[in-house]
Ligand binder design. Structure first.
Ligand SMILES: *Cc1c(COP(=O)(O)O)cnc(C)c1O
Length: 813
């Protein structure tokens, strides 16, 4: 491995500066925050729109990293490590992965398509791993960065690879093809996802097919529009429900909750049963079946294995646990590569200092058992895990490899002993292979609440953050507003994520919001927008930074600060430039200057103001007048006090509409949470929160019968009514009832009938196929918060922040 990494590194086009004895390498990293970086890591310093990993090289050298791929060597790092200097570090990473891939000869399955890639990959891994040492891309690592990182995890023991490739625009696939070099291609379902990046569906298909240019076979669902685009030189192995000319002809029927597929493949006729009925799962299962047929498995083996396919949950979930624990649920896979990723995620999300990992036997690593557990132990140590609970026959043998470790032979043994285990105030990663059924452990550790949840997509938050960062000029800092519990999305969890992304400031409305973030371990400076005089002591004690907006507040703060003998305590000065909410007005500036001249008790970290109309282009003149007044007053303060603080005036819509007034910092709010005041921009953001509930009960009522308080809905015909356990006390406006609003059930609108109650509402599900226990969506991707806000004559901010605290937040990525 080490030799192969070195060999691949030396073949990238780079100028090499360093001394070769420092080169015993076994891993590749692009994440400066990973605790796994060390002497054996090659670090690729990627440069993003608003992030530059070169900034962390010095720290990484201090942590022992000795090999870097860079575009330039940072000044104070020369001669302290080995450097490969390249033109573009991402291209170099891709080149490196391609070199590395070429050193292995076994079959590689490459998957692309719009939907189903990850599921087909996971299922194939499940179906083939009894006979192969499979290496597959972890989670959905299918991008220009994810694919090289996946391929680099190949080692000598593997003998089959499964990698997915995802693209969002033209000319991306060529690069991925060169890295994966698939020998067997699978085209999964081509839907409409990511159509924006392409001129037409046809262009999208042509681009995707490039992955298979050099494959020995292409597996796909036969249809005319794809046939027309496939390179005739490629050997195809197709299937169809209706075209007898396909290599495999499939017919299907539903039996109870399963689907029976009748397979005709040349002379072979046989049936298989799969435990799904929805179209997408059936299609994905057939893609897997095709691979088994191509590998010449016999009917009996195919039947046995396919019957055991399971629904794939492809995400790491953060949940609230019992006794103040926070749990990360990764209870569906266990291999070395995904353990590494889960540990990095644990580090980024840990809410408590103490970290526990509950780990099953590890499968499919391609290493000999002893070597594998030695590596797992190294990984656990480098991540500073406080406690390991091992579950499984094999990991039990290696108990001594881990510090502070207890082991159990199986999940049942752990469950039996659960009462005696002590869990509290810690972050627990639960990571196990499917067969260990760790969902039982998750169930025990999870805090029990009712079934309405607000699901928060942490990746979408990262995405939106980067979207707005990309609009900033170089060096402009970013404050993110996490007031009102992160606009209703969750305060501490989101603050943790923002800290991980190295935002410069957080903003809260009141001191207690800031205190709970500080108590949760947040170290990013926090500005308090509306500090009440009674909270000044607490603000000082918790190192929060107050926004001072009037003389009275200033004098009160100075008095307390002097009593405490403070020096240069950071404060922020808010100017009123037209919003007329909070802030020093123009006629108080002279007194403000007089009060602060020569004062060493406080230090003005920043001067800010807030715009009243940044989202409304009809008031352009007013907005410009605000900015001009801000310029004038802040300049006066700066010159008279001889200070050079940060200045900031833009909120989310300001960032979009007034790019010339970014000053030194901007204050991002609603945009982070996926909402824009501009329809075009809205399309470019990712949805963050999805408010979901379930159907508690379904009943049939006849004409003339009514539903709910005041009989405000009366059925005119036989009607099916479903009751959902969410009401106005959870934040659903009563105005959304009585036929105006709806919930989504499996993609269909079910209108709310009658008045919304405190804890429940009723919907009309006549003609909608659904049953008690089914999940329903209140808002999310569709309908969006903005859509509902418009119908209710309000703004998305109100809808978001109304979701009450009794609704459980579930974070995932
Ligand atoms: C809430 C708030 C913001 C963020 O506003 P958005 O419109 O959500 O981006 C910025 N500055 C101040 C002073 C705020 O109160």
């Amino acid at each position: 491995m080490s030799q192969k990494i070195l060999n691949s590194l030396q073949r990238i086009i780079a100028k090499y500066i360093g001394s070769p004895e420092r080169t015993n390498l076994d891993s590749v990293s692009i994440d400066s925050r990973s605790l796994q970086n060390g002497p054996q890591t090659v670090f690729f310093a990627l440069v993003g729109v608003h992030s530059d990993a070169h900034l962390y090289i010095k720290d990484l050298i201090a942590n022992g990293v000795q090999n870097f791929v860079v575009t330039h060597i940072p000044d104070d790092c020369k001669e302290k490590a080995n450097f490969y200097v390249v033109e573009n570090t991402l291209t170099a990473l891709q080149q490196f992965a391609s070199n590395y891939r070429s050193l292995f000869e076994f079959p590689i399955i490459g998957l692309t398509g719009s939907n189903g890639k990850t599921i087909v990959k996971e299922w194939l891994n499940f179906l083939l791993s009894p006979d192969y040492n499979v290496i597959r891309s972890p989670k959905s690592y299918n991008s220009q960065i994810g694919v090289p990182l996946s391929v680099i995890a190949i080692n000598e023991k593997h003998n089959l690879g499964i990698f997915e490739a995802g693209i969002s625009t033209r000319s991306e696939m060529d690069k991925l093809e060169q890295i994966i070099k698939p020998t067997i291609g699978i085209l999964t379902n081509i839907g409409t996802a990511h159509d924006e990046g392409f001129a037409s569906t046809e262009e999208k298909i042509i681009e995707k097919l490039k992955l298979f240019e050099h494959a020995e076979v292409l597996i796909y669902h036969k249809n005319k529009s794809i046939d027309a685009l496939i390179n005739p030189e490629i050997n195809s192995f197709s299937w169809s429900f209706n075209d007898k000319s396909a290599s495999v002809f499939v017919s299907k029927k539903s039996v109870l909750d399963k689907t029976v597929l009748n397979i005709e493949f040349g002379k072979n006729h046989f049936e298989i049963k799969i435990p799904f009925q929805d179209e997408a799962s059936v299609e994905n299962a057939i893609s897997c079946l095709m691979v088994l047929l191509y590998f010449e498995y016999d009917a009996a083996t195919i039947q046995n294995r396919m019957e055991l396919l399971y629904p794939v949950e492809m995400r790491l979930k953060v949940k609230n646990g019992i006794n103040n624990c926070s749990i990360i649920d990764d209870s569906y896979s266990s291999d070395f590569q995904s353990l590494k990723i889960a540990l990095d995620f644990l580090e980024s999300q840990k809410q408590y200092k103490k970290k526990t990992v509950i780990l099953s036997d590890i499968f499919q690593s391609g290493l000999a058992t002893e070597a594998l557990y030695a590596k797992v132990s190294e990984l656990i140590i480098s991540n500073k895990i406080d406690r390991v609970i091992g579950i499984g026959e094999t990991i039990s043998v290696f108990e001594n490899e881990f510090d502070n470790c207890v082991t159990f032979k199986n999940t049942a043994a752990f469950v039996a002993d659960f009462e005696n285990m002590d869990f509290g105030n810690e972050t627990i990663l639960i990571k196990g292979a499917r067969s260990f059924q760790f969902e039982e452990i998750v169930y025990l550790l999870e805090e029990k609440t009712h079934e309405t949840v607000l699901e928060i997509n942490l990746n979408a938050i990262s995405y939106n953050l980067n979207f707005f960062k990309s609009k900033l000029k170089p060096k402009v800092k970013i404050m993110v507003m996490v007031k009102a519990f992160g606009y209703g999305n969750g305060g501490l969890e989101i603050a943790k994520l923002l800290e991980y992304h190295k935002v410069d400031y957080l903003g809260v409305a009141f001191a207690d919001e800031g205190i709970s973030l500080k108590n949760g371990g947040i170290q990013v400076p926090i500005m308090v927008l509306n500090p009440e005089n009674t909270s000044f002591s607490a603000i000082i004690q918790h190192q929060l930074e107050p926004e001072i907006y009037c003389l009275k507040g200033l004098y009160a703060f100075l008095k307390i600060a002097k009593q405490k003998n403070l020096e240069y305590f950071p404060i922020h000065i808010k100017l009123d430039t037209g919003m007329h909410r909070l802030g020093f007005e123009e006629n108080t500036i002279d007194e403000l200057i007089a009060a602060l001249k020569g004062n060493t008790t406080i230090q003005i970290k920043s001067i800010l103001s807030h715009m009243a109309t940044s989202d409304d282009l009809e008031h352009m003149d007013f907005a410009h007048a605000q900015i001009a007044l801000f310029e004038k007053l802040s300049s006066k303060l700066m010159s008279e006090l001889q200070i050079n603080p940060l200045r900031h005036i833009l909120n989310t819509s300001g960032i979009s509409n007034f790019p010339d007034s970014q000053y030194d910092m901007v204050r991002l709010g609603i945009g982070l949470y996926g909402v824009s005041n501009d329809a075009e921009e809205q399309k470019q953001l990712e949805n963050v929160g999805s408010l979901k509930s379930v159907i508690s009960q379904i009943r049939a009522i006849g004409p003339g019968e009514s539903v709910g308080y005041g009989r405000r809905f009366v059925a005119e015909k036989p009607t099916k009514i479903a009751t959902i356990p969410i009401g106005y006390a959870d934040g659903i406006s009563r105005g959304w009832g009585n036929g105006l609003g709806f919930v989504m059930i499996k993609g269909t609108k079910a209108y709310i009938v009658g008045s919304i109650c405190m804890d429940m509402l009723m919907v009309d599900v006549t003609g909608i196929e659904c049953k008690e226990g089914d999940s329903i969506l209140i808002f999310g991707e569709n309908p969006t918060v903005s859509f509902i806000a418009e119908k209710l004559n309000t703004i998305p901010y109100e809808i978001l922040t109304s979701v009450s605290q009794r609704v459980k937040r579930v974070f995932y990525r």
